[in-house]
Design a binder for this molecule. Structure first.
Ligand SMILES: N[C@@H](CCC(=O)N[C@@H](CS)C(=O)NCC(=O)O)C(=O)O
Length: 257
């Protein structure tokens, strides 16, 4: 899925071929119609789940803190998904129009990041493949976050999630809530939380994003094929790769929005 261009100054966004932690930044680049190189790394299949495609390059890119995702823009070489998100936010003037809005943008980005990390940990954890446990997770953690965001949207009553102009918070909140909906087989969440439903629809239907989200989103897995577990013993450290229990492959979601 690499988009080609020869401009030396073009942004390169590197990540696994999944939505994961970088999708909000990809969405921002699509929203701002910024040509970029979407450099993706494929993880191998079971049983080894090889990460060599990435590991062979990891130390060669001149990154101070080599990791995925990374962003390279001319001489700027960044890792850490939120450093990348905030860089793009500042670059494209998507951080809010005053100090209060900026603070809310940060708060919302962090709030849903907490949710995304819990969602990823659950999906890759021992219970991610159990429908009963997924339902419990949805009725507790996901419900709690959807409810909070719904109440916030009701109270703020603005065109976008922070004020009347789009900000990075719109894209981070959209992506991380949308990712959670793949677990909602019975389509409970959006029936209950109509402000969230309306918000997701607003972002999904932005003319700059509609095509990308409709055509591409359902083709990219949410999480990696496996999650590594670091095993420590007295004389050795090694990684065990366990298959992702949920979201490691493309999932067809029942249409909710
Ligand atoms: N806090 C970091 C976490 C980065 C991270 O855990 N990256 C995972 C994928 S989500 C990875 O596979 N990194 C490659 C590596 O460790 O070499 C961020 O937000 O960017």
């Amino acid at each position: 899925m690499t988009e080609s261009n020869t401009d030396q100054n073009q942004i390169i966004l590197g990540y696994w071929a999944i939505r994961g932690l970088v999708e909000p930044s990809r969405i921002i680049l699509h929203y701002t119609k910024t040509p970029f190189i979407n450099k993706t790394y494929e993880q191998g299949d079971a049983p080894d789940y090889s990460r060599d495609e990435w590991l062979n390059e990891k130390q060669k890119l001149g990154l101070d803190f080599p990791n995925l995702p990374y962003l390279i823009h001319g001489h700027l070489k960044l890792t850490q998904s939120k450093a990348i998100l905030y860089y793009l936010g500042r670059k494209f003037n998507l951080m809010g129009t005053n100090l209060k809005e900026q603070a809310y943008v940060f708060m919302l980005c962090e709030e849903v990041q907490d949710l995304r990390l819990k969602y990823g940990a659950f999906s890759n954890g021992p219970n991610g493949d159990s429908q009963t446990e997924r339902k419990k997770f949805l009725e507790t953690i996901l419900t709690e976050y959807f409810k909070k965001i719904d109440q916030y949207l009701q109270k703020s009553n603005s065109k976008f999630i922070v004020g009347n102009q789009p900000t990075i918070a719109d894209f981070q909140v959209f992506e991380y809530l949308d990712a959670c909906l793949y677990m909602d087989d019975e389509q409970i969440l959006l029936d209950k939380y109509s402000n969230v439903k309306q918000f997701l629809n607003t972002i999904r239907n932005l003319p700059e994003l509609k095509d990308y989200i409709t055509k591409i989103h359902d083709q990219i897995p949410l999480h990696n094929k496996s999650k590594s577990r670091s095993i420590r013993s007295i004389d050795t450290d090694f990684f065990l790769f366990l298959a992702a229990k949920f979201g490691g492959k493309v999932i067809k979601r029942k249409d909710q929005v």
